[in-house]
Design a protein. Structure first.
Length: 207
């Protein structure tokens, strides 16, 4: 790496560290006691809803009132739930003074991947990067992104089972959401294990 690249990388990590301090200072200590059970329940509940929608589509014809009403209600409810989750997350972060963007947003793709590998336990963590990894794990462990993705997946399945001509779009969206959900679930579980195994001292926002 050139001198300019080294300087730019150092600046990115310094800014990420500042954001990490704010995240850890505002973090609820009880969040470190989260287990993987809630992640499993979110996934199971979403999968059960998706299976029920598919079963409904197989049993009832596309022009059946019960099918169209049910799928429409589920799709609208899931989309409304997504909006509520996003708004609630923004409100909580503003009240706690936490930056709305992820800690790793300022980092390059390979650097973000390195942080993710770190709290997954597959990569050693340099001491000067540990706070960024802890904060990124704290955000991933919250599982808010997972809930939004699951709701999006359910809404996509509901749209797919309406019998609309737009079914290819709903199918593509559902597959994308399903893949993203798996990644988010793995991150949430790994982050919760990382936090459970560590003693993290919440820094002052002014340090």
């Amino acid at each position: 790496m050139t001198t300019d690249e080294v300087t730019a990388a150092a600046n990115r990590w310094a800014l990420a560290d500042e954001r990490a301090q704010a995240v850890l200072a505002a973090a609820d200590p009880s969040s470190r006691r989260r287990t993987a059970a809630s992640v499993v329940w979110v996934l199971v509940g979403s999968a059960a809803m998706a299976v029920a929608l598919v079963a409904l589509a197989l049993v009832l014809p596309s022009d059946a009132p019960g099918r169209s009403v049910t799928t429409t209600v589920v799709m609208v409810a899931a989309l409304a739930g997504m909006v509520v989750q996003v708004v609630a997350s923004i409100v909580v972060r503003r009240r706690r003074g936490v930056p709305p963007a992820p800690v790793v947003a300022l980092l390059q793709t390979r650097e973000r991947h390195a942080v993710r590998q770190a709290f997954h336990g597959s990569r050693p963590v340099p001491e000067d990067r540990r706070r960024v990894v802890d904060a990124a794990a704290t955000q991933a462990a919250a599982g808010q992104e997972l809930v939004v993705l699951c709701l999006f997946a359910v809404s996509s399945v509901a749209g797919l089972t309406t019998g609309s001509e737009l079914w290819p779009m709903f199918a593509a969206a559902g597959l994308l959401a399903a893949g993203s959900t798996v990644v988010s679930a793995r991150d949430a579980v790994a982050a919760r294990r990382w936090l459970a195994d560590r003693v993290i001292e919440a820094p002052s926002p002014t340090t």
